[in-house]
Design a protein around this ligand. Structure first.
Ligand SMILES: Cc1cc2nc3c(=O)[nH]c(=O)nc-3n(C[C@H](O)[C@H](O)[C@H](O)COP(=O)(O)OP(=O)(O)OC[C@H]3O[C@@H](n4cnc5c(N)ncnc54)[C@H](O)[C@@H]3O)c2cc1C
Length: 287
């Protein structure tokens, strides 16, 4: 077990200070709400040399419309995201996911950045961000860069961030119509629990037919995934029972689930098909 009281702790006031601290402390980790990190440290899975606390950096807090894109600062809490009127209207899938993330105590502490950087294959917000074509803004010693979220997760617990980079914001680019988007999951308990399988979808409809579709699945592969074959198949089609059957089949074929103590691979694959149908129908019903 890590001795928590021997870990150096630096609370920074700016992104530049955070990057400098990460450069000068090998093995340092960024801490936001700590709801993943502290659990990992307590059970000895994560042993940082130093914690760089960026949770009070003003430039990282808040939600803003920036030249038509929606910019969610890295230190914005889940509660503030799910209560934000623009997010509720423009990205209902993200609100669905935020409401399921832990309980309200966790939502008051946890951040979107922490959920994304923790890189769990079951991360609640990953599917919504995939279907919203979100981008990760990161800052390191060479300045800012943008990473499409579908390239961000490299495996369980692994991301495209360099050890000296921090995630500064999540951006929903201009032109992404997220009004018809939804997220659902299956879980064992009805209170605080992690998804056994989860799915998000976004559709743009024209005359009752799908003009654009995005479908994502979580907890069925080493990283959250897009179901691109089903997205292409849906283009120009109405969401009939027959079409949804085919989409469910394509979704199941895209999975590589594992069996663990919580569910079997067969169950996860079957539920992937069920969930994809449900989220597509739910997304399409939203105005
Ligand atoms: C009781 C409980 C229930 C939970 N339920 C759920 C659930 O239902 N669904 C779910 O998805 N998760 C759940 N979680 C996990 C956790 O709450 C979320 O993943 C949360 O969003 C993490 O955010 P945080 O701000 O606390 O991150 P932290 O714990 O502070 O950080 C998480 C990881 O991200 C890194 N990190 C954080 N911010 C940055 C940044 N800006 N730049 C670079 N790296 C960064 C940290 O170094 C760390 O590795 C639960 C946790 C608990 C304790």
């Amino acid at each position: 077990m890590t001795e928590l009281n021997t870990v150096e702790y630096i609370a920074v006031k700016s992104v530049a200070e955070a990057v400098t601290a990460l450069q000068s402390h090998k093995g340092a980790r960024v801490i936001m709400g700590g709801t993943d990190l502290m659990v990992g440290m307590r059970d000895g899975r994560i042993r940082p040399s130093c914690l760089v606390d960026v949770s009070r950096v003003r430039e990282l807090i808040g939600i803003a419309n920036h030249h038509g894109s929606l910019r969610i600062g890295a230190a914005t809490k889940i509660t503030d995201i799910i209560e934000h009127p623009v997010v509720r209207q423009a990205c209902p899938a993200l609100v669905d996911a935020g409401k399921l993330l832990g309980g309200w105590q966790i939502q008051n502490m946890a951040t979107l950045a922490g959920n994304v950087c923790n890189a769990s294959p079951a991360a609640e917000t990953a599917g919504p961000l995939l279907v919203l074509d979100a981008e990760v803004e990161a800052c390191g010693p060479s300045g800012l860069r943008s990473i499409p979220v579908h390239q961000f997760w490299l495996g369980p617990g692994k991301t495209a961030l360099e050890p000296t980079e921090i995630l500064t914001a999540i951006i929903i680019p201009p032109g992404v119509d997220g009004r018809r988007s939804a997220y659902q999951r299956v879980h064992i308990r009805h209170s605080v629990d992690i998804a056994l399988v989860c799915s998000a979808a976004r559709v743009v409809l024209a005359d009752g037919n799908v003009q654009e579709a995005r479908i994502a699945l979580g907890a069925v592969a080493p990283t959250p995934i897009r179901v691109r074959e089903a997205e292409s198949y849906l283009q120009g089609r109405a969401l009939s029972e027959e079409v949804l059957d085919k989409v469910a089949e394509l979704a199941q074929a895209a999975t590589q689930p594992i069996t663990d103590v919580r569910a079997s691979a067969e169950y996860r694959r079957a539920m992937a098909g069920v969930l994809v149908r449900r989220v597509l129908q739910s997304a399409a019903r939203r105005a």
